[in-house]
Design a protein. Structure first.
Length: 515
């Protein structure tokens, strides 16, 4: 998901032997995080999915994005202050002193330059967020400058939850293969102790953390991987997990009434969609893609699947995010139109067979896929459902020869900008990462590139460019945008310090405590 993972909550859930979980939960200094998936990419220059839980505990960025509505908008992180000059083309950050990486190396301006240079050179994950940066310059040990090609809000970009984390240059020199063995070296409050693939990740307090430690801070964090939805509910109720997500929709009302659980459903910057493969037969046919868009029962999803926990989208960008176009004409549920378009496609009935891939452990993904399958059958399109674990279906979706016709996707921003959707999902990629529609359109690419360049100086202009880009996506029917969703965050009622922030997909455990 980040993204095709349908994260229904800020955190995730899992299933492991109860005795082990109970032992962990009994330790008041230990925070147990239940997750339906494991870390896939350990290299912070590449990581762009479920890794956000681990990244946010082990690594830190130069800045932090405040809870919307609070002031100031941007808070200090590894930078204590910053300024901009030269018409927004030069940003200067003053760095926090006395900070160490987990390997004992000092955090300084040279480390910042190394990280940004490496991330840009690799060009993977969310590296596109640094597109405006021409050069990173070391002014002195604790002062770093970003020289830009065009004005950009580097203070906001530096707060991103992907591709902006600071890691030890010595670790970076060891390369991606070293990271992928289950290694992490940041400046964050927790260091990586162990990783048992597909089972659990254990973090412990970094004793030299610059923020210091109080008795109430959690000293140990465990991410456990389990996929049974019913188990997730029991874990949360029993206290075997402090946080859980991917809870069955029909369990949420009961959990809201359960005294030992705090169940929240706040508005989010997240949306759900189906990415339609524009290069694979028969979805390479525009009329078939349009028919699929008309065959989705949007209101049925909101009411019948999400139990009202969302709204019908007005396009690719959630209505809660700036840059969305409320006047964009999108598809509505109309099986007659869908059937007519199928007939106009010119494709013989026996050739109208497509596949839909989605995370099989998600109740919502499963229900929406089955609903669309039934609707498409009524207009003459046969659908094969391909449920599976995220890592497997994502790897297949990136390769055209193994990709499905339709890939389920949930998306949330790297930092608060429409470009995260418009560039991350549909800008032309030489090698697909999240452009799982396999879409390529030079006109579209120019619009989103120009929009990103305009963000730092003229947000109204950027909004206009993004609106035109969104219209192209809808006209080309590259995706079915079926829900802007509320987050669904479930945690134990004895956990204090939790403040919902849609800028980050998971809380920083260092800020939490057990009451």
């Amino acid at each position: 998901m980040k993204k095709s993972i349908l994260i229904l909550f800020l955190v995730a859930a899992l299933a492991v032997p109860g005795a082990v979980l109970t032992a962990d939960a009994a330790n008041k200094d230990t925070f147990v995080f239940a997750s339906y998936g494991d870390v896939k990419d350990w290299d912070p220059a590449i990581a762009f999915s479920l890794e956000v839980f681990m990244l946010r505990q082990v690594y830190e960025g130069l800045t932090n994005y405040n809870t919307p509505g609070e002031e100031p908008l941007i808070l200090p992180g590894l930078a204590t202050s910053w300024s901009t000059s030269d018409g927004g083309l030069t940003w200067t950050f003053n760095l926090r002193k006395g900070v160490k990486f987990h390997d004992g190396e000092p955090f300084n301006a040279s480390a910042v330059k190394y990280v940004i240079d490496r991330n840009k050179k690799m060009g993977k994950g969310a590296a596109f967020i640094w597109a405006a940066v021409k050069e990173v310059k070391v002014a002195d040990d604790h002062t770093v400058q970003f020289l830009l090609k065009y004005p950009a809000p580097i203070d906001i970009i530096a707060s991103a939850q992907y591709c902006a984390w600071m890691y030890s240059p010595k670790a970076g020199e060891k390369g991606t293969d070293w990271f992928m063995q289950g290694n992490a070296v940041g400046t964050g409050p927790y260091k990586l102790d162990s990783w048992e693939k597909s089972q659990q990740t254990v973090l412990s307090a970094f004793k030299d953390y610059w923020g210091g430690w109080k008795d109430k801070n959690f000293k140990r964090v465990i991410l456990k991987v389990v996929t049974e939805k019913s188990t997730q509910v029991q874990m949360l109720k029993s206290g075997e997990a402090d946080f859980a997500s991917l809870i069955p929709i029909d369990s949420i009302p009961g959990l809201k009434k359960y005294p030992a659980v705090n169940m929240q459903t706040p508005p989010s910057w997240k949306n759900y969609m189906y990415l339609i493969n524009v290069k694979k037969f028969p979805t390479d046919n525009l009329k078939i893609r349009q028919a699929i868009s008309y065959a989705c029962d949007y209101q049925g999803v909101i009411n019948g699947v999400l139990n009202g926990g969302g709204s019908i989208p007005s396009g690719p960008i959630p209505a809660t995010m700036w840059g969305h176009d409320p006047n964009l004409r999108i598809y509505n549920f109309d099986l007659e139109k869908a059937k007519k378009l199928v007939g106009e496609s010119g494709i013989p009935q026996d050739k109208l067979k497509i596949t839909i891939a989605y995370i099989g452990t998600s109740q919502v993904y499963s229900n929406v896929a089955q609903m669309l399958q039934a609707n498409l059958a009524q207009v003459g399109i046969t659908v094969e459902l391909l449920p599976g674990p995220w890592g497997t279906i994502w790897d297949k979706a990136k390769k055209l020869e193994t990709a499905p016709n339709i890939q389920s996707m949930a998306w949330w921003p790297t930092y608060p900008t429409p470009s995260d959707w418009l560039i991350g999902l549909w800008r032309t990629e030489e090698k697909a990462l999240f452009n799982l529609s396999h879409y390529a359109n030079p006109e579209y690419d120019k619009l989103v590139d120009d929009g990103a360049a305009a963000e730092g100086i003229d947000k109204a202009r950027a909004t206009e460019l993004y609106s035109r880009a969104q219209k192209i996506l809808v006209d080309d029917a590259v995706a079915v945008f079926y829900a802007d969703v509320n987050d669904q965050a479930g945690h134990r009622a004895d956990i204090g310090g939790f403040v919902y922030n849609p800028s980050y997909n998971i809380a920083r455990i260092y800020d939490l405590y057990r009451k």
